[in-house]
Design a protein around this ligand. Structure first.
Ligand code: XMP
Length: 304
């Protein structure tokens, strides 16, 4: 994007014009919502309350990082773990899971908004989210998954026309730390779309640990556009002398420009072996680790 400064000035003016009262923003700590939070804070100051919902579907250590980075804003942290698990109980269809998470999000926000007297919701929806939802590929939780009955007077989406790399440019221009501006994308429904089928506390625990190992081994050294672990089904394995029925973990590492297409990264064998060895030894209930070679298309980046 050539005119980052102009974009920033224009969107601050637009937010000022569109928002006539208290507003909340769904802050996830990702680059999209962080940029929106800073833009909105500059536009309406203390009328803005950023809210971070700890859904229980977050990555290891995520809540702590967010608390640290946004400590100078009036950040509210809401513990929604139980509500999200309840909403996801028995759900196995990816779209229904997305909708369940989307609805749980909105209910939490509506409640907080009511308490604060906020009528406006600011969202970090970006251009590819809209395209994919409109094209019927999948309903991103912050677009197609919204419940039809909303308490908010309006939803404001300041970066709805930007691609991811443009959002990162804006983040740098706004002076956000590199931890945020270069943060890899993380889906709104969180780890729930990295678990095939029903989400349970046990599966969340396994996939969160596996994900942390994958990030530790790949993020700094290989700078993937996105990398993570997903939990598939159970399969037969052998640990010690005993046959076990253990979890199968898939590792994904891709390069991409904007998430619309992607290529699997060619990683050194010893690195893949180290990931396999760490996951199966540090998480005893995992007996098999796979590396996903598939580009997008025909696969998507996430597993659901
Ligand atoms: P897919 O899996 O569609 O992912 O190839 C493209 C990019 O979008 C992210 N993603 C989501 N983000 N809500 C989001 O906010 C969602 O429901 C969702 N599904 C996928 C994914 O992580 C990747 O960066």
């Amino acid at each position: 994007m050539v005119k980052v400064d102009k974009f920033i000035q224009d969107s601050i003016q637009k937010i000022k014009k569109d928002i006539k009262g208290r507003a909340i923003i769904a802050l996830s700590g990702g680059v999209d919502s962080s940029v929106c939070a800073v833009l909105a804070h500059r536009a309406i100051g203390d009328l803005l309350t950023p809210i971070y919902i700890d859904t229980g579907l977050m990555r290891k250590g995520e809540t702590e990082i967010i608390k640290k980075i946004f400590s100078d804003m009036n950040l509210q942290v809401v513990d929604g773990k139980e509500n999200f698990l309840k909403a996801l109980k028995g759900q196995t269809d990816p779209e229904k899971k997305r909708k369940a998470v989307g609805e749980a999000f909105i209910r939490e926000f509506e409640r907080e908004a009511r308490l604060l007297g906020a009528k406006y919701l600011i969202q970090g929806t970006i251009y590819p989210d809209r395209i994919e939802s409109e094209g019927g590929i999948k309903s991103h939780h912050n677009v197609g998954g919204l419940p039809s009955v909303m308490d908010f007077e309006s939803i404001v989406e300041p970066i709805a026309d930007l691609y991811k790399d443009e959002v990162r440019e804006v983040a740098r221009a706004l002076g956000l730390p590199h931890e945020i501006s270069d943060r890899m994308p993380f889906p709104g429904p969180g780890l729930s779309v990295r678990i095939i089928g029903e989400v349970t506390e046990e599966k969340l625990d396994v996939v969160r640990k596996a994900n942390a190992i994958v990030e530790e081994e790949l993020l700094e050294q290989f700078k993937p556009w996105q990398t993570f672990a997903a939990l598939l089904e159970k399969g037969t394995g052998v640990k010690g002398d005993v046959r076990v029925h253990g979890w199968i973990i898939a590792v994904r590492a891709v390069q991409s420009r904007d998430g619309m297409t992607a290529d699997a990264m060619e990683l050194p064998w010893d690195v893949l072996q180290k990931i396999q060895s760490r996951i199966t030894s540090e998480i005893p209930t995992v007996s098999r680790v796979l590396y996903d070679l598939t580009p997008k298309p025909p696969a998507t980046i996430e597993f659901e």
